[in-house]
Design a protein around this ligand. Structure first.
Ligand code: GDP
Length: 468
């Protein structure tokens, strides 16, 4: 469980190990005073007279021994990351110097920071709400351009500001309804029910959009699942190898060799794709292979994108029935003829179009021909993957990428629906007030406007590294 210490804290904010420079951060009301014990500005001024938001060069001296020449930046609270006085000391990145500087402060009663404690303090001092604090962790962890963009948007307020405003309005309605209860004898009405209905319906829409955006936000953060399916020997492993330019899967010409599900991520144009090669789908009596087929089917259902590979020699009827059995709603399908190098006329566009039109859903499907042997049309395939993803992203203006927020949104959505129902059926005010309370609670749990629950905070900030 997280400890909410009140003292001045210190931690290394850059990674452990040798670097050109390292940054050590202090936060708390004694930050400047403690810094003054060891840091002597080159301009001979005392640390106490240092102007905020400026950097100054100084000697770091411990017991008359010069430890390093450092660059110090001072931020006066509340205008700092944590909302408290913050000092950042940039020194040479030797692990000896870093350890030495930190131990000097620990010796003089500065406390070692807990994981995420700087950000936790920022949250507790209202420098950011909970969803913004969580976005800090996402920004630090973001490994692709798209994941970075979403985390950045969330750190800057994202949807939480809008939710908070709507929540405040709900709180007002709840108060009015409770006031009515006090006057129940007199049959007065303070709350305008039509306005409340309007507010609930706005919330209902907004939360619905946010809830939906999670599907996209989550894939951007963890990689877009792309399943590669097709008959044994269609060239699935070869496609994977070509995409990755290395031998990830075993390519062989014996049908049914890819027994397991192979998964690997590849970043194309700043988007992480998680490619799933699936066991050759076929009826089989081999038990292990049958398990592979079952696993493959599950993976295919979960994928956002399905690449179906075929050879033009496969019976039309067979292909159609297999694709239909695999594809599910809201899934983008890319129907690909492989091995076009074998034919002088290349890609059989006519056959591909016939297949496409035989499939029920006309949306989100795209056909093309490739050769994994010669790499023909591999680049356009990659471009198409990126384009599909960007189109999915354009639909969502704000994206939820955090599963805690997602679950809070689901609960809030349910509570809003129940409240709307209640209102529609003219339930008594005391019941309505209870429903509203639920909705207010779940919306509040996104931004953290709940009584600071130690468990929730502990789970969230415990995942940070020390120094963040
Ligand atoms: P999988 O069972 O779907 O994973 O298929 P593999 O990737 O193991 O490929 C099956 C066979 O088809 C292998 O002998 C590959 O060399 C061959 N193959 C795959 N792609 C191509 C291609 O584009 N052109 C040709 N000519 N052969 C290919």
């Amino acid at each position: 469980l997280i400890m909410l210490s009140e003292g001045t804290i210190i931690a290394l904010s850059t990674p452990n190990g040798v670097g050109a420079i390292g940054v050590i951060r202090l936060s708390g009301n004694l930050a400047i005073e403690k810094t003054g014990l060891f840091v002597f500005p080159k301009n001979k001024k005392s640390c106490k007279n240092i102007l905020p938001n400026t950097a100054f060069l100084a000697d770091f001296i411990y017991k008359e021994q010069l430890i390093d020449e450092v660059l110090v930046t001072f931020f006066k609270g509340p205008n700092s990351y944590t909302g408290e006085d913050v000092v950042e000391i940039s020194c040479h990145g030797s692990s000896y110097i870093l350890q030495k500087i930190i131990s000097c402060f620990l010796e003089s009663k500065v406390l070692p920071a807990q994981p995420g404690e700087f950000t936790l303090r920022a949250y507790l001092n209202k420098k950011m709400d909970l969803s913004q604090a969580e976005a800090v962790a996402d920004i630090i962890a973001s490994e692709s351009e798209a994941a970075h963009r979403i985390a950045m948007q969330q750190m800057r307020g994202g949807f939480s500001k809008n939710m908070e405003e709507l929540r405040q309005q709900l709180i007002q309605f709840k108060a009015l309804i409770e006031l009515e209860l006090d006057f129940s004898e007199e049959e007065v009405s303070f709350a305008n029910k039509d306005q409340l209905k309007g507010l609930l319906s706005t919330l209902h829409n907004d939360i619905y959009m946010l809830k939906e955006s999670f599907l996209f936000g989550n894939v951007i953060k963890n990689g877009v699942p792309v399943a590669i399916a097709g008959k044994p020997n269609a060239g699935k492993s070869s496609l994977l190898n070509t995409l990755f330019n290395e031998e990830k899967a075993i390519v062989s010409n014996i049908p049914g060799t890819t027994r397991d599900v192979i998964e690997d991520t590849l970043t194309i144009d700043g988007i992480i794709f998680r490619f799933i090669d699936t066991a050759g789908l076929r009826e089989t009596s081999d038990l292990i292979e049958a398990m592979g087929v079952k696993k493959a089917r599950e993976k295919i259902t979960q994928a956002s994108l399905l690449i179906y590979l075929y050879e033009r020699t496969t019976a039309f009827k067979d292909l159609i029935s297999e694709i239909k059995s695999l594809q599910h709603k809201n899934q983008n399908l890319i129907l690909i003829e492989n091995k076009i190098d074998q034919y002088s006329d290349g890609f059989d566009n006519i056959l591909n179009n016939e297949l496409l039109s035989a499939l029920d859903s006309k949306e989100n499907i795209f056909g093309m021909g490739i050769s994994t042997l010669t790499s023909e049309s591999i680049a356009p395939l990659k471009a198409h993957l990126v384009k599909t993803l960007k189109e999915m992203g354009d639909k969502a203006t704000v994206v939820v990428n955090n599963s805690r927020h997602y679950h809070a949104l689901i609960n809030a959505f349910k509570a809003i629906e129940i409240t709307m129902d209640g209102l529609e059926n003219d339930i008594p005010g005391d019941l309505l007030s209870i429903e509203l309370k639920e909705a207010i609670f779940y919306i509040g749990s996104i931004t953290g406007n709940i009584d600071n629950d130690q468990d929730v905070l502990g789970t969230i900030f415990g995942q940070f590294c020390i120094g963040k």
